[in-house]
Write a protein that binds this ligand. Sequence first.
Ligand SMILES: Cc1cc2nc3c(=O)[nH]c(=O)nc-3n(C[C@H](O)[C@H](O)[C@H](O)COP(=O)(O)O)c2cc1C
Length: 199
Amino acid sequence: MKIIGVSASPRKNKSTHFLLKKCLEEAKHTAEIIGKPLDVELIDLAPLKINGCVSCDKCKKGVLCSQQDDFQQLIPKFADPTVAGIIIATPVYMGSMTSQAKAFLDRSVLYRRNGFLFKNKLGGVITVGGSRNGGQELTIQAVHAAMMIHDMIIVGDGDHFGGTAWANHPDGYQEDVAGINSAKNVGKRITEVAFMQNR
Ligand SMILES: Cc1cc2nc3c(=O)[nH]c(=O)nc-3n(C[C@H](O)[C@H](O)[C@H](O)COP(=O)(O)O)c2cc1C
């Protein structure tokens, strides 16, 4: 069983990546406590070039995409049936997800068009804003909408909607304890629920 985290920040090794890493570490830790094996993978979109969907409809003919960009290398990773959960981590840009997150989610329509390959996969979201209340929950909802369109099963942080963090914490994002804990709890919950499903 595997959980994939997608870091949808355009910046390498910044707060989004940091929070997602904490989340996936917590997922691994939770699996160890449960006593079952779990693979986790962090996919960083920052170095990748993924265009928006151009609606060419090639994916209506199979798990295929006409655009020869870095999304091609991701296609088999997410088509893997052992992937039980997908966690999207995105900065808040203008009150919503980044264009990197949106391009990824739009391009993921190819899985939906070929038998709902994300159906029953668990979905969790982590958002990080420059402001303490800059649209983190709105952004989570926007990503949740795409997950529901895939017929995924949404998991929160065991308390509210998901991970909500503050990049400009006065002591640095590494000290945003509440935000980090909310991100870690997404990893914990998604792992707990995945094993409850007897995958
Ligand atoms: C174009 C742009 C729009 C932004 N819009 C928001 C916003 O609406 N709300 C907010 O809290 N922060 C906003 N920010 C700040 C980012 O969410 C913040 O810098 C975040 O930490 C970026 O994640 P990173 O550290 O992985 O780069 C914006 C930043 C940029 C570049």
